[in-house]
Every structure is written in structure tokens, then in C-alpha cells.
Design a binder for this molecule. Structure first.
Ligand SMILES: *[C@@H]1O[C@H](CO)[C@@H](O)[C@H](O)[C@H]1NC(C)=O
Ligand SMILES: *[C@@H]1O[C@H](CO)[C@@H](O)[C@H](O)[C@H]1NC(C)=O
Length: 370
């Protein structure tokens, strides 16, 4: 006998309420340019026990932070500072780095990726840029030698690496760097099965007219006349621009990860599109987008390991007001807004009390035990 409609509705409701949460996976950038943050061990325990956040990205290799995640299973991306790149480019330097910054903590801390510097291409520093791919190669070799072959190596890029990105079909890497740096780098990623890490920020690309497009809200879309794709959100368009540049060099198969993206809750007075609600809209839709399994128009069904910027507001960051207001959580670990990241007993009990209400008031009308 088919279940009564009310039971089917109940099952569907339960599936809808519980299944996205059960499979949710998202990372955060854990920046610490602040003087009011809780101790790292408290942060790690909070993330593990109370949230669906299963990855963190650190901007350095601070031993206290790395150690804090020991035994949590949370996967951790650490960063080798820009200044270490020249010495990392030689194997002995890379071996020493692994011995000092990885071996003491791994595998207790689930270090899953090492970023070699941060947005090095955007620095324009020719010396660092020349040493970047050699540093990635020797660090990877040193990790394998040390017995840590699962730890991947990459380096995050701003979208400034593209000379054009709109429409996505026109995208390419900046001339001069394409064959000299990106081809060997993408070859490294292909051989080591590590992701090309990019930091796409619709926040830095929108204007009041394209706000809905940037926030994944209903909008007229942006049509790419070459591919005939009608993009309905800027994040997908940015990822497809990166993919197009990679594909033009022959590396469309290399995995892509999102090292940073996000939306601030405050900016200069009068800036349209910046509020707690807008940040919640962007990050909520982002989490849905990257967990949907749909991929992008040019990369259907591909998944992108994604790290939201950022875990906390960082009150000591210089620059415009927005720089200090990217956080998902306050220093007391309460969420700044709700984007479904909390495994709250509250959420579950609210859901259960809804079902309980449903059972008590609706069930007597159907025959359940027959
Ligand atoms: C470490 O993180 C990876 C994801 O990057 C995950 O697949 C794996 O299960 C984690 N390991 C442990 C021991 O929790
Ligand atoms: C693109 O999609 C939007 C939203 O679905 C729609 O309103 C718009 O008409 C579409 N534009 C084109 C050129 O297909």
C-alpha cells in the first residue's frame, strides 16, 4: 500500500530539511588580524561541534593555529609566506620547511593543502614570480619524500591574472605570463592532482545595476554571444572565465578551487549593496551553489572546494571599512547572520517541533498503523 499523502509529505519535508545539511561542505578563511578573537583551540572546537564548516584556510603557518585543529578532522590549508618562496625553490629549503612547519603537526592536524604564498602574480614581483612554480615543485617533492604524499600544493590567485574576463568566452591569462608561468603551473597541478586556486570576488566586480547578478538574485542575466550562455550569476561567470583561460592553454581538465570569496556586512556610508542582509544573501546562495553539484555552465557537475572569506571580522585590518567586516562570526562565536552553517540543536528542535505539531494536528486524519 502506498504511504498516505500526509506521510509522504512528512518524508519529503524531512528529506528537504535534513539532506542539504547532511551533505553540506564549506571552508572558511581563518584570518587573525584582530585583537579580540577567541583562542584557536576554542575556535577549532566550535567549528567542529557547532558548524558544518569542514575546512579552514590559514594565511600563515602559525603553529598555535595548526595545532588547534589536531584531532578535529577539519581539513587545513596552510600558507608558506611570500618571503619563503626563494628558499622553497630549492629542494633543501623545501625539505627544511616541511620539517619545521608540517612534520610536527601532521597527520594529527589534517593538513590537506599548502599554499605557496598569496596572490603572488598580483605583486608584480618578478623575482618571486620566477621562483613560484619551482617552489611549488620542490615543496611537493619534499612532501612526498617526507612520506606526506596526500598533502597537495597550490598558490591562490586574484582574478587579475586574466587580461579579459567579460564575457567569459573572451577570457585569457595575461600575456607574458600565460606560457611562461601558467602553462608550467597548470602542468604541475595536472601531474600532482592539485587544484588551481582562484579568489573570485563578485563584490569587487558589481555596480548598483549588477547587484542582483552579483548576489545570485533574480536578474536579466548576462549573455555570452560566443557560447550563447546566459549567465545568471557573476560567480559562475568568473569561474567560467578562469576555466576558459585554462582551456585556451590546454588545461581545461585541471581542478579549480575557490580560495576566497565573500561579501562584507559594512562599507563606507552610502555604498549600495552592503548590509548584513546582502552578505547573508551572497554567502547563503554561494553555499547552495557550490554544494548543488551543478557546477557552472562550462563546467557542468564539477565541484569546487570553496573557502568563504572570512571566519571573523578582523578589527586590525587597514584600508576601507569593508576590510574589517567580512566575518561570518563575532568574537563571541555567535553568527553575524544565519546562512545555515550552524548545526544548532535549536535548528533541529525547531524542525522537530514543527513535525511534532504536524503529527499532533494532522495525523489523526490518516490511518497510520494498519
Ligand atoms: C582530512 O580531510 C579530507 C578532506 O580534505 C577528508 O577527506 C579526510 O577524511 C580528513 N581526514 C581525517 C582523518 O579526518
Ligand atoms: C537570461 O535569463 C534571464 C533569467 O532567467 C532572463 O530574464 C533573460 O531574458 C535571459 N536573457 C537571454 C538573452 O536569454
Amino acid at each position: 500500500m502506498a504511504p498516505p499523502p500526509a506521510l509522504r509529505l512528512l518524508a519529503l519535508t524531512l528529506a528537504l530539511l535534513l539532506s542539504p545539511a547532511a551533505s553540506l561542505s564549506i571552508g572558511v578563511n581563518y584570518g587573525t588580524l584582530a585583537d579580540n578573537l577567541p583562542p584557536p583551540t576554542q575556535v577549532a572546537a566550535f567549528l567542529k561541534e557547532r558548524t558544518f564548516i569542514d575546512r579552514v584556510k590559514l594565511f600563515d603557518s602559525n603553529p598555535d593555529l595548526i595545532r588547534a585543529f589536531a584531532g578535529t578532522g577539519i581539513s587545513v590549508m596552510i600558507t608558506a609566506p611570500n618571503g619563503d618562496i626563494p628558499s622553497l625553490a630549492k629542494l633543501p629549503g623545501a625539505q627544511a620547511w616541511v620539517a619545521a612547519h608540517v612534520a610536527p603537526f601532521y597527520p594529527a592536524t589534517n593538513i590537506s593543502l599548502i599554499a605557496v604564498g598569496n596572490e603572488i602574480m598580483a605583486t608584480g614581483d618578478r623575482f618571486l614570480i620566477a621562483h613560484l612554480v619551482p617552489a611549488m615543485r620542490s615543496l611537493s617533492a619534499a612532501l612526498v619524500q617526507a612520506g606526506f604524499p596526500k598533502i597537495r600544493v597550490s598558490t591562490p590567485h586574484s582574478l587579475g591574472i586574466l587580461s579579459a574576463s567579460e564575457p567569459p568566452s573572451s577570457s585569457r591569462f595575461r600575456r607574458g605570463y600565460d606560457r611562461a608561468v601558467f602553462a608550467p603551473m597548470l602542468d604541475f597541478h595536472r601531474k600532482t592532482k592539485s587544484p588551481f586556486v582562484v579568489n573570485p570576488y563578485p563584490y569587487f566586480g558589481y555596480n548598483p545595476r549588477t547587484l542582483n547578478y552579483a548576489l545570485f538574485k533574480p536578474n536579466r542575466g548576462v549573455f555570452d554571444p560566443v557560447t550563447k550562455i546566459n549567465y545568471t550569476n557573476m560567480f559562475d561567470a568568473q569561474l567560467d572565465a578562469v576555466y576558459t583561460a585554462m582551456k585556451k592553454l590546454g588545461y581545461g581538465d585541471v581542478e579549480i578551487a575557490v580560495g576566497e570569496t565573500g561579501w562584507p556586512t559594512a562599507a563606507e556610508p552610502g555604498q549600495a549593496g552592503v548590509s548584513v542582509e546582502d552578505a547573508a544573501t551572497f554567502n547563503g546562495n554561494l553555499i547552495r551553489n557550490v554544494n548543488s553539484g551543478e557546477g557552472t555552465p562550462l563546467m557542468p557537475h564539477r565541484m569546487f572546494e570553496t573557502y568563504i572569506f572570512a571566519l571573523f571580522n578582523e578589527n586590525l585590518k587597514p584600508g576601507p571599512i569593508a576590510e574589517r567586516n567580512w566575518g561570518l562570526f563575532r568574537p563571541d562565536l555567535t553568527p553575524v547572520y544565519n546562512v545555515g552553517l550552524m548545526k544548532t540543536p535549536l535548528g533541529v528542535s525547531a524542525c522537530l517541533s514543527g513535525i511534532d505539531h504536524y503529527l499532533r494536528f494532522s495525523m489523526p486524519r490518516v490511518v497510520v498503523f494498519s
